[in-house]
Design a protein. Structure first.
Length: 481
């Protein structure tokens, strides 16, 4: 009986013949394409075929995409593409690749990435989010959809000090969403709000994608930080407007209006976290420290506030927070390392400048070029996460932007907003997956729930793209550009 039972279970587990055959064909197809491309590279190396410069450029991207389609992590796909191309189709010596591997990530600005990740980890676990939510609720909680509005405002405040969208969704969403359900809001509504509002984490002041763009294009990190402030405030207002309209239309609950005394007490509790904004902006603007040093100060200050002021983070938990930040930093720096090599190969093949020449020859102009950039980045957002997109696309598109007299700071914020959109839709939207875990909702259901705010964000993207003064006014006033 036992043998018969086991046999029955195995039989049920088998795929139908047609489905199994289809899966096998797809697997052979996705594995076969990179094998054929590698074989073509080897054939060119040994002189069996000749590949002219234009097809060689296409071969780099074809190989990268083919390796990614196999399910390989983007960092490894980048590294393998570089190694295969360099060893088979170029005369670049091996020691030059090894040298670039180390010199590419020894830039001082890259140190800002692990420091901001560490600061975000301390802020997430240190009680800062809870106090920001309390303050936001005391200010806007009595409006229609008050808790949802408080969630958006809290996301904006947390974004001012954090620099990570995922950390913003986790910190604010894990507190606000249960409260919204308890007060009678549908979970779909709350999850949709927080998913999109969390993307403010990479637009307001400090932002890891901004640091990566600055590294890729030699743009001022401080100017990029400040440039995102006014667009971030505008997006906050737009998201709040949509939320208020939907809440009023559906008659969602309102909270009792807080007194001035309650609002003042909530502000005093949250001011320790908000002081980090003053430290970052004041330090950079006054010249006391650079953007990288500001990141280090943010990490130290976040530790101090979380452990000694709010006392929400116990000393016993600090090593775990450090380990989480180290793991995330190592993963991101590994992607950066391989992307630097990929950028080196593109530059060696003169691809960015050839592409800039082609774009200028098409007479797109700044308007048409920015439209093309938005389309490319929105498509890329379906397949890759923000850091990888910026590291691959920025060095390619930046020369054309400069030759069309598009300000590099404005161009960086346009790319940043595109990354925000990509975080909020499938198949690789990180905010979507994090929010679905917190809300215990399916991805399909949550994708439908975010649509009103996602459409708002696309409209905001158009505004940022074609209204450069929104981005450039503040850094210009502060003398940063």
């Amino acid at each position: 009986m036992a043998h018969a039972s086991a046999f029955a279970i195995d039989e049920k587990a088998e795929l139908p013949p047609a489905q199994a055959q289809g899966s096998g064909i797809a697997a052979y197809f996705f594995i076969g394409i990179p094998v054929l491309l590698v074989a073509l590279c080897l054939a060119a190396k040994f002189g069996y075929v000749t590949i002219s410069p234009s097809p060689r450029a296409g071969l780099i991207f074809a190989l990268l995409i083919a390796l990614m389609l196999t399910g390989m992590p983007i960092s490894i796909a980048l590294g393998l593409t570089v190694l295969i191309f360099v060893f088979t189709l170029t005369e670049v010596p091996i020691h030059a690749v090894a040298l670039k591997l180390f010199t590419g990530i020894e830039r001082f600005e890259i140190m800002a990435v692990p420091f901001f990740i560490l600061a975000g980890s301390f802020l997430t676990h240190g009680g800062v989010a809870r106090r920001m939510i309390d303050f936001a609720t005391s200010v806007v909680g009595h409006w229609h959809g008050g808790l949802a509005l408080a969630g958006i405002v809290a996301c904006a405040m947390f974004a001012l000090v954090c620099g990570s969208s995922v950390a913003t969704v986790v910190a604010i969403g894990s507190i606000v969403l249960p409260e919204m359900v308890r007060h009678g809001y549908p979970m779909r509504f709350g999850a949709g709000v927080i998913t999109v509002a969390g993307s403010l984490g990479i637009l307001m002041l400090p932002s890891i994608p901004k640091v990566i763009y600055a590294i890729s294009t030699n743009t001022s990190v401080g100017a990029l930080f400040v440039a995102g402030l006014l667009p971030g405030i505008l997006l906050t207002v737009m998201l709040c407007s949509v939320t208020w309209y939907l809440a009023r239309k559906r008659d969602y609950p309102r909270m009792q209006k807080a007194t001035w005394g309650q609002s003042w007490r909530a502000f005093r509790q949250s001011v320790w976290g908000l002081m980090l904004v003053v430290i970052i902006i004041g330090g950079i603007y006054s010249g006391v420290f650079t953007a990288t040093e500001a990141a280090a100060m943010a990490a130290v200050y976040s530790f101090f506030v979380s452990v000694f002021v709010y006392k929400a983070l116990k000393f016993d938990y600090v090593p775990r927070v450090l380990l989480q930040a180290a793991n995330l930093s190592a993963m991101l720096l590994y992607i950066i390392t391989n992307a630097v090599l990929f950028s080196f190969v593109l530059t060696n093949e003169n691809i960015p400048y050839a592409l800039a020449d082609w774009i200028l020859a098409q007479n797109f102009g700044p308007i048409g070029f920015l439209l093309l950039v938005n389309a490319l980045l929105l498509v890329a957002g379906n397949f890759m996460e923000p850091s990888s997109i910026i590291l691959i696309m920025a060095p390619i598109l930046y020369p054309a932007a400069r030759r069309l007299n598009i300000d590099p700071v404005h161009f960086g914020i346009v790319i940043d907003v595109n990354m925000e959109v990509g975080l909020c839709h499938p198949p690789v939207g990180l905010n979507l997956y994090v929010a679905s875990t917190i809300a215990r909702m399916g991805i399909t259901e949550l994708t439908v729930a975010v649509l009103p705010w996602l459409v708002t964000m696309v409209l905001f993207l158009v505004l940022v793209t074609y209204w450069p003064e929104l981005t450039l006014w503040l850094p210009r006033v502060l003398g940063m550009i």
